[in-house]
Design a protein around this ligand. Sequence first.
Ligand SMILES: [Zn+2]
Length: 319
Amino acid sequence: MTIFNRLLLCFFLISINTFAQKEQKPTFQVVPLGIKGGIDEKNLSAYLLAPINTKDFICLDAGTVNAGIEVAIKNKAFKVSTSEVLRKYIKGYLISHAHLDHVSGLIINSPADSSKTVYATNKCMEMMENHYFNDQTWANFGDAGVGFPLKKYHFQTLTIDEETPLTNTTMTVKAFPLSHVNPFESTAFLIKNGDAYALYLGDTGPDAVEKSTDLHDLWTAIAPLVKDKQLKGIFIEVSFPNEQPDKFLFGHLTPNYLMKELHALEELAGKDSLKGFKIIITHLKPPAKNIVKIKEQLKNQNDLGLKIIYPEQGKRFEL
Ligand SMILES: [Zn+2]
């Protein structure tokens, strides 16, 4: 081998190595503000997501906001004041559905918040306008709906399946419908930054129980991103342990149903495509003994090789 060839080979190997490292490099950062599926009002579903090395966060659901920021500051996830995180770092809210455990933080913090956009699909936005920001149960901080709009928030209705830029960030969002006790709708948000994606699901029941194809349709849409390793993780709920009877699921998943759904996704994305894939489990419902049970069951049933992540309030992690 000539020196030139050797150099060429060396260069080639270095390039491959750099490329491989690039693929492994995290692209998103997450700071959970609240992680539980009920009861504890200082720790309800809300997840801050931003491209890594930026402060441009979008808040995925907003059950708990202020209390979560305080914990995050205590854990050194942020080095500024609570008010600065709320007003400057959070660039907008994506609300999956209007159940109170997903929006109460947004409502209560609205007087202290800065001007930004609230994104939701049509039905969810209508519910928020008619029942919360209506000048009766709360002031209308939006720029649409009933009463006197204070226009602090821009209420932006998302069209299903249409890519929409998230203002003041480099990210975009695409919304997909979910069934949360049919015909009540919830939403999944596919967030894109560059060529990297993260998927967040609001509350959802399994297709089999909901008599719906929403999850299957979602899996079909994102399977190519799993295959190409562009999707960095899926936030998805598991609310109850397997012992919960179908008729008392109330539009939620158990470990059995989660695995069934993820098997459907693997079938579409290819064998072993979910090996090491990050699944972030959300909306675990107290009591604590149920949560222990859910974690045990998921561990025992994880035949896909998933990397299961249990987010903790105020603890930053990367995707
Ligand atoms: Zn719900």
